[in-house]
Design a protein around this ligand. Structure first.
Ligand code: BG6
Length: 802
């Protein structure tokens, strides 16, 4: 019997389509299962790889291999294949499985991981080409689709450029697959070298391809800062600010010293090694405005950068440094230095940081780290002000809940008496909420932390402790960029730290014996924006590291320069002397005339002066002071380049000058900048004539440029050097070219002119100008000669002791 012809009903079509779709989906899923990731570990036999990276990769394999990815691991180094293979095998011997995995399963997994891991020598361009070919062949052979490649640079930074060039030219994955390169610090030595390295890497890789590691961002307590702030917004919103926070301490203490690593350490020291990166990252996580979405990498970065912008510049007085006593001896031994060699590299530093924004103004952030200390511990501690008074005697206080007990929140990074990562919140603050990956913990009985028994805290620790590198490897694999350092972030941090590092370059650190013997020697205090050791350095600890003169060796020097009084000192003393002199002049002027007219320059030299005036001059008659600008760049007043912005950031926002006493230069009128037709210069001149008696300022603060310019009066440009005009538009040789400036005739009508000159860059011009006569066309500064007022030069030793 012939089968009846199949009768295709419309419903059957539908069914067939569904079946085909399911099959297709199955195929697609199967295809997803075939996605392959190649991980190339450069420096596969080195220390970091042995200690953390291989274990992290194994963990990644355990977590991800079953979830639709296949892997191959290429351990690479310069060593020849046979020897390299042996070294790598050793590094892989100690892989361990999670505690709850059965031993037989663990052995199986390890075995599979080892089969996927191969050593290869990567030395020449041909080696990289061969690697690429092998990966492609493997993909083709196994019918795999490439998801991406991770190159982990566990090598010294001098090797970066070569490796990067080779990867870029012959090891990029095909279209549709990603490339991720992972870089380990140091990322430069200061702002300039970091910028150079970043530019070089940027010529080979896109920003989104680079993952710069700061392993502190992988520490569980650090990674918990933003999520914790997010999950506890309700409680923290009203507390996380200058009204409630007394201070923040970000601390990393170590017991180990730098023995065996002095060739690295001698070049970096503790500030570059730990404060510039690890502690600064923690600081930004604590201080940043909380993004709406804390897992948006872009928002986190933007908010971090805002913190950097608000950091108040550091001065030499913002830090104390120390060095453990046997350090120099270790350096002499390891680096074959002569017996006379004494290192100035700090192995201990404490730095006082201020953040000049509405949230944190006035709250001290203490960053501290050191080697050879009495304990190993790391934490960020937020200590809240205690604004309560308890009337009942202490014995009636509700245990642990009393509002008169200390109130603090601690992100305990690790080690210490607690021995593990933790988040601690004083019970009298609020009951925190944490994700389910954290559990309430109990410590050893009787344990006291930060002045309170552990029972006074809500204390949480991770359910499963994970090593920082393994956390970060997982983030790299998932493309989570919020746990890594972008180029902008890196350069912002170096911009903040570099001036302090330069100013400390010749400072002799305090010597300390190490460990418990340090006693109180490294204790420090802070006030008025400065941080200092609590105790005098005992005599026997000072062998004198070299003949370099120390600030305290010098008194403030009084002499003459161009026949006018000269005050000279190290920069800090100089600034404080100038600030005192300005205050004295202001007090006198207000007493005699009821007001004080002060004209201020912009640029970098006066920043420290502004900060000094803002933080340490409570007697300054700000309410009666009028502030004028000596010169201005033709940019909007809100532009960071504007002199007014500098004044605003470093002085105005901290003192109470009446709004109507502040006189910015009108460079931005009718929505255009310094247009002649808008007559900004004339407007300013009229304002001066109207408010300042005889157009004679009580004090004009000037600087001196390396080319001899002052205010915005430049050599070879006749404008403003003589004539009737009080205020002029001028042209600068450097950008932004257009400027507005007080003229020399107006400056010379002042009752007092102070010229502040600081830094080595000024040495040549200082020497030159000391010899020239009145030649304002060549050196406008030489035209500063107040008619009946007084001229005083303030020069620091760097500029003057040429
Ligand atoms: C490194 C520093 O980045 O961090 C070391 O180079 C320091 O000097 C180390 O010892 C501390 O890291 P951890 O994870 O042990 O706290």
């Amino acid at each position: 019997m012939l089968a009846e012809p199949f009768n295709w009903q419309p419903g059957m079509w539908k069914m067939l389509i569904v079946v085909m779709c399911v099959a297709l989906l199955g195929c697609l899923q199967a295809q997803e299962l075939q996605e392959h990731v190649s991980i190339i570990l450069l420096g596969a036999t080195g220390d970091l790889a042995k200690k953390y990276l291989w274990q992290g990769l194994f963990q990644l394999y355990l977590d991800e291999a079953g979830r639709g990815h296949s892997f191959s691991f290429h351990g690479a180094a310069l060593t020849a294949p046979k020897q390299g293979q042996e070294l790598m095998a050793k590094a892989l011997e100690s892989l361990s499985c999670p505690k709850d995995m059965a031993p037989s399963h663990c052995a199986e997994e390890k075995d599979q991981f080892l089969q996927l891991s191969r050593y290869r020598q990567l030395k020449t361009a041909e080696d990289y080409q061969a690697l690429n070919k092998d990966i492609e062949a493997q993909l083709q052979h196994a019918g795999l689709r490439e998801a991406g490649r991770i190159f982990y640079f566990s090598v010294p930074p001098f090797a970066y450029a070569d490796i990067a060039r080779n990867i870029n030219s012959s090891c990029r994955p095909g279209p549709g697959a990603w490339l991720r390169v992972v870089l380990e610090k140091p990322f430069g030595h200061d702002h300039f070298s970091a910028q150079q390295l970043a530019t070089e890497l940027g010529s080979f890789f896109q920003e989104e391809e680079m993952y710069r590691v700061d392993h502190y961002l992988g520490k569980q307590a650090v990674a918990q800062i933003l999520p914790f702030r997010d999950q506890n917004r309700k409680a923290l919103d009203s507390l996380w600010n200058r009204h409630h926070v007394e201070r923040v301490e970000i601390i990393m203490k170590e017991t180990v010293d730098a023995e065996g690593r002095t060739s690295f350490y001698e070049e970096y020291g503790v500030i570059r090694d730990v404060l510039q990166n690890h502690l600064t990252e923690v600081l930004t996580l604590v201080a940043m405005e909380l993004p709406l979405n804390v897992s948006s990498a872009e928002a986190v970065l933007r908010h971090k950068l805002q913190v950097f912008q608000a950091l108040r510049g550091l001065q030499r007085g913002s830090a104390v440094v120390g060095q453990y006593q046997s350090y120099s001896e270790q350096v002499r031994r390891e680096l074959q230095k002569p017996d006379s060699f004494h290192s100035l590299t700090p192995t201990f530093a404490a730095v006082l940081v201020h953040i000049d924004n509405l949230r944190w103004e006035g709250v001290p952030f203490i960053l501290m780290s050191g080697k050879a200390l009495d304990e190993r511990v790391g934490y960020a501690r937020i200590l809240f002000k205690n604004q309560a008074c308890c009337v009942q005697s202490e014995k009636h206080w509700a245990a642990a809940q009393s509002q008169c007990l200390p109130r603090q929140l601690i992100f305990h990074i690790g080690h210490g008496d607690l021995g593990s990562p933790a988040v601690l919140v004083s019970r009298n603050l609020f009951r925190p909420s944490l994700p389910s990956s954290w559990k309430e913990m109990e410590g050893p009985p009787g344990l006291h932390l930060f002045g309170s028994p552990l029972s006074d805290y809500y204390a949480y620790s991770p359910v499963q402790e994970r090593d920082a590198h393994s956390v970060l490897l997982s983030h790299i694999f998932h493309g989570r960029k919020d746990s890594f350092i972008t180029t902008e972030n890196l350069l912002a941090s170096w911009s903040f730290w570099t001036p302090l590092l330069e100013s400390l370059a010749h400072k002799a650190p305090r010597l300390y014996p190490g460990g418990a013997e340090n006693g109180r020697l490294l204790d420090f205090e802070f006030s008025s924006g400065r941080l200092f050791f609590s105790q005098q350095q005992p005599e026997q600890l000072v062998p004198g590291p070299g003949p370099a003169p120390m600030p305290s060796d010098f008194q403030v020097l009084r002499a003459k320069y161009r026949e006018s009084p000269l005050v000279s000192a190290w920069s800090e003393e100089l600034i404080s002397k100038l600030a005192n002199d300005i205050e004295a002049t202001a007090v006198r002027a207000v007493r005699r005339f009821g007001q004080f007219h002060l004209a201020l320059s912009g640029g970098s030299s006066p920043v420290a002066l502004f900060q000094q005036l803002a933080t340490a001059h409570y007697g300054f008659p700000w309410a009666h002071t009028h502030l004028w600008l000596v010169d201005e760049r033709c940019v909007p007043l809100s532009d960071p380049e504007s002199n007014f912005q500098g004044l605003q950031a470093h002085l105005l926002q901290h003192v109470r000058v009446p709004y109507y006493n502040i006189h910015p230069m009108p460079v931005h009128l009718q929505q255009r900048l310094c247009a002649e037709e808008d007559q900004g210069a004339q407007i300013y001149a009229r304002e001066i004539s109207a408010l300042v008696a005889n157009s004679s300022f009580d004090l004009v603060l000037l600087g001196m440029g390396a080319d001899g310019h002052t205010a915005s009066l430049f050599p070879q440009s006749p404008t403003g050097l003589d004539g009737e005009q009080l205020v002029v538009l001028t042209t600068s040789p450097s950008q932004p070219h257009r400027r507005m400036s007080l003229s020399l005739p107006l400056i010379n009508r002042a009752k007092k002119v102070a010229v502040l000159v600081m830094g080595r860059m000024k040495r040549e011009i200082t020497a030159l100008v000391s010899r020239v006569g009145y030649e304002p066309k060549k050196w406008p500064i030489s035209g500063v000669l107040p008619h009946s007022g007084q001229l005083v030069w303030y020069m620091d030793y760097d500029a003057f002791l040429a």
